[in-house]
Every structure is written in structure tokens, then in C-alpha cells.
Design a protein around this ligand. Structure first.
Ligand SMILES: [Mg+2]
Length: 267
């Protein structure tokens, strides 16, 4: 099976590994499953996630991490823009350069380069000048791509502004919506991940902790999904759903996840 595994709230929670998940995934890979980690986070380059996962003992293959930044790069490469302005972090710009795109910064010089695409992700260096440069490019009619529309970005000291909040500012100022949004709950992230290994997305199993992002995107691609209660969703939230909307597979911990995956693998 191809397992599309969310990171925060499933493999780790902030700085702490979720007990037993890395070991379980290692056993699944040894038994023949493939694991691709799929995260909406666009801040880091995939090599940084790979290093962190390896440190936790989680199995991570070459190409085994598809972040919203990586999926955005893959989707944008197909559209072959001449120059792309990036309002986001250095990891996002690096992912775009990795697929051969020419990247310009969100500065007056970047605007002067007349980019025909604009990518917006979470930008820890956001300033009025950077935002306004992106707005000028959006208003000029460039292809407008959002890595994701998360309202918030979780950090150890609380919830910070997410990529979606920055996308919203660009959209408001330019009076237009993004042409394309890649991250969950949109299906682009899972579709790029499945395509990267040549697997039918509908045959994949999504493992995620969010009803509103992971499970919505799983439904859109026709994949089975396991909801983990190790992140943002509690048992009480699931119990409060109307029975028809309750996810069929819910796991409180790695042990329950292991049992569900055994059942799904048995068909
Ligand atoms: Mg999550």
C-alpha cells in the first residue's frame, strides 16, 4: 500500500515524536508498503524534513517527503512560467529552483523582472514592502499560486499567522483569488505525492489528524483515510459528528493504527 502520512499531529507533535508511529511505519515499509509524508508546511526544504524524520527513526526514502512547497514546485513546473516571484521562506524558493524555475524575490527589483507567476506561502520575513511587491505582481495578472490556505502556523509558543493569512492579504489587495491552491484540503499535495511514485491516488491510504484538511483531501482523491487522535482532533469531536460523517477508521495511538492498517492491507 501507498501510505500518505501527515507529519504534525501524526508522526510528531511539535518537537515530540508521537510514541510508536516511527516504529510502526518502519515495520510497514519492511513489509512492502511505501510511505510518503505530506505536509502543508511550506517553510522548509524537503531535505530538512528528511533529516528530522531520520533522527526520529521514521523510514524516509528518497522522494519520501512531499511538502506543500515541493508539490507547488512540481505543479508550477508543468505550467513553465518564465519567472516566479516567491513570497515565502527560503525552503520554498529552493524547491522551485530545484525543478528548474527562475525565482525572483518579493522586492521592487523582483517586480521589475516582470514575473509571470507568483507563489505565496508562509513568510517569516513578511514586511509591508514584500507584501506590496507581491500585490503588484498579482495585480499585473501573474499566475497566482497559494501553497496552502492554513489560517495559522503552529509553533511551540502558540498559533502564528499561517500561509493562508498572507494569501488572504495578497488576494484582498489585488482583488482576486489564487488561480491554484496546492495544500490540503485541496487535493494537489496528495495527487503530486501519488504521481511521484506512479501510484493511483485512489488506492492510497491517508493517515492524518485533521478532519478539515487531511480527511477532506483524502475524500476528494477517493482514498481511504485513518483519522489519528494524536493531534488536533479529539474523540469528543468525532463523537459529536452526525453518524454519517464519522470517519470509518479512527486510531487513538500507534497500536490502533497498526491494527487498522493490517485490516486495510488484508483488503
Ligand atoms: Mg496534522
Amino acid at each position: 500500500m501507498l501510505l500518505l502520512v501527515d507529519l504534525d499531529g501524526v508522526v510528531y507533535r511539535g518537537p515530540e515524536p508521537v510514541p510508536g508511529v516511527a516504529e510502526l511505519l518502519s515495520r510497514r515499509v519492511a513489509a512492502g508498503d511505501r510511505v510518503i509524508y505530506c505536509t502543508n508546511n511550506s517553510r522548509w526544504h524537503r531535505s530538512q524534513y528528511r533529516a528530522r524524520l531520520a533522527e526520529m527513526g521514521a523510514p524516509v526514502a528518497e522522494g519520501g517527503v512531499v511538502s506543500a512547497a515541493r508539490a507547488t514546485a512540481l505543479a508550477l513546473a508543468e505550467r513553465a512560467p518564465r519567472r516566479t516571484m516567491v513570497l515565502g521562506g527560503p525552503g520554498l524558493a529552493r524547491e522551485l529552483r530545484d525543478v528548474g524555475l527562475r525565482v525572483v524575490p518579493p522586492t521592487p527589483r523582483g517586480v521589475a523582472a516582470a514575473p509571470d507567476a507568483l507563489v505565496v506561502g508562509v513568510d517569516f520575513s513578511l514586511s509591508y514592502r514584500r507584501l506590496s511587491s507581491a500585490v503588484m505582481v498579482a495585480r499585473g495578472g501573474a499566475l497566482f499560486v497559494a501553497t496552502n490556505r492554513d489560517r495559522v502556523f503552529p509553533l511551540p509558543d502558540g498559533l502564528h499567522a499561517g500561509a493562508g493569512s498572507i494569501v488572504e492579504a495578497v488576494a484582498y489587495a489585488s482583488a482576486r483569488e489564487p488561480d491554484l491552491t496546492i495544500g490540503k484540503p485541496e487535493p494537489g499535495l496528495f495527487l503530486e505525492a501519488a504521481a511521484s511514485v506512479g501510484v493511483d491516488p485512489a488506492s492510497a491510504v491517508v493517515i492524518g489528524d485533521s478532519l478539515h484538511t487531511d480527511l477532506v483531501a483524502a475524500r476528494t482523491i477517493g482514498a481511504r483515510a485513518v483519522l489519528m487522535l494524536t493531534g488536533v482532533t479529539t474523540r469528543a469531536t468525532v463523537d459529536a459528528l452526525p453518524p454519517a460523517e464519522r470517519p470509518p477508521y479512527v486510531a487513538a495511538d500507534a497500536g490502533e493504527l497498526a491494527a487498522i492498517l493490517d485490516r486495510l492491507a488484508a483488503g
